[in-house]
Design a protein around this ligand. Structure first.
Ligand SMILES: Nc1ncnc2c1ncn2[C@@H]1O[C@H](COP(=O)(O)OP(=O)(O)OP(=O)(O)O)[C@@H](O)[C@H]1O
Ligand SMILES: [Zn+2]
Ligand SMILES: [Zn+2]
Length: 868
């Protein structure tokens, strides 16, 4: 196999040399390879250019990450770039640099990071193509000679079957115009020449090559234009006579629409006839797929800011105007008008000639959200949305790359919007876990946003009514001299600004907590408590609307007593045990502790103890039974899988075509409906018992967010929360809308358990088909990690107040087998000045050979959000 050649010392001076990261994901290829840049494209190749290069006998896609005139590769071994894929490099240099940062931070290959930055349509695929071989070139150089006379000149072209074929000249000329051309395309153009093509390839007239092709290209439209002066037109129309009625119509249409129209809007045969006469020309133009083409956006103007909004706005603008990199936590209660502040800050950013990125969680990228940005900034906005088709996403992305827009709004990956001068990055609902990508590269958009803003001297705004503990704690430590323990040394430098009240002085809705254990004692076995049922009935009578939330997290996994609320917990870890239906055991996924599931409650001896969980469908059925004729929109993963269904449902609800919007997490976010006066939560605590140290935080956030949907306009709202854990601090504080009290309790727990933000985590996962082998490898890996930590002087208890690393496990992963592979994991905790990524990279480099020899898959998750 012949590879590209590794970069190294600068020795010989050459023409232009490109260092390329190839799209082959492995440890051995995670470094740049040198290629010669052919002179004819030298002026087009830049850092960030996408290229096709020969690699290991194939053609692969790659990115140029550096250009130089030096290489230590001997000239004769230096291969040339084969293909330049775009005229404008898809990635600006800052993104190339960011990919290097991501690779180091998240212990992933550079190509994984680079690929995450471009739309799926550009993840090129290999394609076979043909181009002219030498014989063909010679043949074409003798245009006026017959085949026979060519032979006579002893050019030794053969075989005769190619030389004498009547189509040869035409075919080769065609290839020359289009080369390299994909074989199927050539066949399409010459359907009768299949045999000729085959022979031409066999005898070297045509040479097969490989090239990289985009999965989805730009969309082209055939355009018809008038080719004659308007003055001549009348004469022409007469000359055409009455028989060419269709052609006359086409000319008239063109005249009416300023001389040009898409071919699809015209009569094709008439156009052909006119084209033959030279009256019109037909060409192809690039068009953008515009997913919002048929939507009208209500233009909106800036609102006069409230005093609170103004205060926040001034702080942001001060940093923005100074072009000073600064991150802010904008802690604003639900309905405090955060979005209006974003809009006006973006406006300032655009006026200074810079661009803005707005990140929102995928499921809150609703038409409502898009409308607010499109309404204010119109065609200056590109929307990057996973529900768009691949082609639409590609075109929205190109609008950004080609500077046709100044604002990009989208989910996680919009943080890579290829703008050149970013002034502002906003991350709405910063606490959302969807900002963490769970596949490689396992990056957190918040960290990437802050790093990208640092590169650009830009301002970051992390907005939330319920900030994550990490963010809140970082903001609390802002300006203090001592380095926060557990937070990374280049700390986020996170100032904090707040909007503690709702716009218009509206009250946050009162929350009633219903103890479901009491309901059971009263003989109510239904999933609706008496207070919720009564509240629902009132809404139906008053023709107001209700949002019902069913927390799907933790579905069917924990064991709970319905009489007293007891939940089986790990004796060591302060985390609930997960029920395994198959064995009847409960296990701790943090330390590995296991025990049999009890048949009577260890706390009150009731027999109503069972694994817990319920589904939206059941709730829907019960609603229909209890309130005949009730109109329910059920919104969960099952009902929203179809493109546009999510939007449609919300639109129906907005138009009051339903009484109840019932759903999972997705009904909790960012919705603003004036007639919603009741929010009901079916089982508030179902997420509390997830084997996750963030369970309380998630519960508090969800309750606060969903409660924030009620009474946002003129009608006052009300919230009913059903729970088996009414005394749990997350439920109590959420019912009082008291974030500060929750955070203080939660941080105390976190500090005691030593979990983030009081330490940092990495998760090392290992999988293999055979359990005994996996166990052995996992144990060795843990041992090796300890040795490495020891070598750095870090292997110490975490509460030792020194730089410390602790390695837990290995234990079986919470999902112990996926697709026939067993899964084990180690949790690595660290505090202080420890290079966690560096340590993990070191370990992974060592594991690489074991991985190859024994087919063990290792993966690292830095700052994991899920411990699965
Ligand atoms: N300055 C203002 N004057 C009048 N109305 C305003 C002002 N700012 C915002 N509003 C209105 O207040 C309502 C709530 O604002 P917005 O949706 O921006 O709040 P939010 O903080 O983003 O809430 P959430 O976190 O719940 O999504 C909206 O209907 C918005 O139009
Ligand atoms: Zn009990
Ligand atoms: Zn445990």
């Amino acid at each position: 196999m012949s590879f590209g050649t590794e970069s190294g010392f600068e020795e010989e001076r050459h023409g232009l040399v490109a260092q390329v990261i190839v799209d082959v994901s492995s440890k051995a290829t995670n470094r740049p390879f040198d290629y010669a840049v052919p002179d004819d494209i030298a002026s087009w190749v830049e850092v960030g250019s996408r290229v096709g290069v020969p690699f290991g006998g194939r053609t692969v896609q790659g990115f140029v990450i550096r250009l130089s005139h030096y290489t230590d590769v001997p000239l004769h071994r230096l291969k040339p770039l084969q293909q330049l894929l775009d005229v404008v490099p898809p990635l600006p240099p800052d993104l190339v640099e960011l990919a290097q940062w991501m690779s180091a931070r998240y212990v992933c290959t550079q190509t994984a990071a680079l690929q995450a930055m471009i739309p799926g349509a550009m993840k090129g695929k290999r394609e076979k193509a043909v181009q002219l071989g030498e014989d063909a070139i010679i043949f074409l150089q003798h245009p006026h000679h017959s085949a026979a006379s060519l032979l006579g000149e002893q050019l030794e072209l053969r075989p005769a079957s190619v030389l004498d074929h009547p189509l040869t000249r035409e075919l080769l000329a065609y290839v020359k115009r289009h080369e390299p051309i994909a074989a199927p395309k050539l066949l399409q153009a010459f359907p009768d020449a299949a045999r000729l093509i085959k022979e031409a390839v066999q005898h070297g007239w045509l040479v097969e090559t490989e090239r990289i092709k985009d999965r989805i290209g730009v969309k082209k439209l055939k355009r018809v234009q008038l080719a004659v002066e308007q003055a001549e037109l009348n004469e022409l129309l007469e000359a055409l006579g009455s028989r060419a009625q269709r052609q006359r119509e086409v000319l008239a249409q063109l005249l009416e629409f300023g001389g040009e129209l898409p071919l699809k809007d015209l009569n094709t045969s008439a156009v052909k006839a006119l084209q033959a006469k030279g009256y019109v020309v037909v060409d192809e133009v690039e068009v953008m797929r515009d997913p919002f083409a048929h939507r009208q956006f209500q233009p909106s103007r800036p609102l006069p800011l409230t005093e609170e909004q103004q205060g926040v706005f001034d702080s942001l603008i001060e940093a923005l105007d100074a072009e000073r990199h600064q991150s802010f936590l904008l802690h604003g209660v639900t309905g405090s008008g955060k979005t209006e502040v974003y809009l006006q800050a973006i406006d300032c950013c655009l006026q200074s000639g810079r661009e803005a990125i707005v990140l929102v969680p995928e499921i809150s990228l609703t038409p409502q959200m898009v409308e607010r940005f499109k309404g204010r900034f119109g065609s200056k906005v590109a929307v990057l949305h996973s529900r768009l088709s691949q082609g639409e996403r590609y075109d929205e992305w190109r609008k950004i790359r080609e500077r046709r827009v100044q604002v990009a709004i989208g989910a996680r990956s919009a943080v890579f919007a290829p703008f050149a001068r970013i002034g502002l990055i906003i991350m709405d609902e910063e606490h959302e876990t969807s900002y963490k990508q769970e596949e490689t590269p396992k990056y957190h958009a918040r960290d990437v946003a802050i790093e990208r803003a640092r590169q650009h001297g830009a301002v970051v705004v992390l907005g939330s009514a319920t900030p994550s503990m990490e963010t809140y704690y970082a903001a609390r430590l802002y300006g203090s001299d001592t380095l926060p323990r557990g937070l990374e040394p280049p700390a986020w430098n996170l100032a904090s600004v707040a909007m503690p009240t709702r716009v218009g002085g509206r009250e946050l809705p009162p929350v009633t907590i219903v103890d479901m254990r009491e309901q059971l004692k009263l003989g109510n076995r239904s999933m609706f408590s008496a207070p919720l049922e009564k509240a629902l009935e009132e809404r139906l009578e008053r023709n107001e609307q209700t949002v019902l939330l069913l927390n799907r997290r933790g579905y069917s996994t924990f064991v709970m007593c319905r009489t007293c609320g007891y939940v089986a917990q790990c004796p060591e870890c302060d985390i609930s045990l997960t029920y395994h239906m198959k064995t009847g055991h409960m296990r701790c996924h943090y330390c590995g502790h296991a025990e049999r599931a009890p048949s009577v409650c260890p706390s009150c001896e009731s027999e109503h103890i069972r694994y817990f969980g319920t589904g939206t469908q059941r709730v829907e059925e019960q609603l229909a039974r209890r309130f005949p004729g009730i109109r329910v929109i059920r919104m969960d993963v099952d009902t929203t899988s179809e493109k546009g269904s999510h939007e449609r449902m919300l639109q129906q609800f907005r138009e009051r075509k339903a009484d109840v919007l019932l759903g999972t997490q997705m009904v909790a976010k960012g919705l603003d409906f004036p007639y919603v006066t009741l929010v009901g939560v079916i089982a508030a605590d179902s997420a509390l018992h997830m084997p996750d140290f963030r369970a309380a935080e998630k519960t508090f956030q969800l309750l606060t967010q969903v409660a924030g949907r009620a009474g946002r306009h003129d009608l006052p709202g009300e919230v009913v929360v059903q729970t088996y854990a009414p005394e749990h601090y997350s439920v109590l504080h959420a019912s009082k809308h008291d974030y500060a009290a929750f955070a203080s309790d939660e941080l105390r727990h976190r500090r005691n358990q030593i979990v983030p933000p009081f330490c940092r985590l990495a998760l090392l996962s290992m999988t293999h088909e055979q359990l005994p082998l996996l166990v052995r490898v996992a144990e060795n890996a843990a041992m090796r990690l300890k040795e490495l930590a020891e070598q750095h002087g870090w292997l110490k208890p975490l509460d030792s107040h020194a730089d410390a690393v602790d390695i837990l496990g290995p234990v079986a992963s919470p999902i112990p087998r996926i697709k026939n592979r067993y899964r084990f994991q180690c949790v690595i905790k660290c505090r202080g000045n420890v290079d966690l990524s560096g340590l993990m990279a070191e370990a992974m480099a060592e594991f690489d050979s074991i991985s190859k020899e024994q087919d063990i898959w290792f993966s690292v998750d830095i700052d994991p959000q899920m411990m699965m």
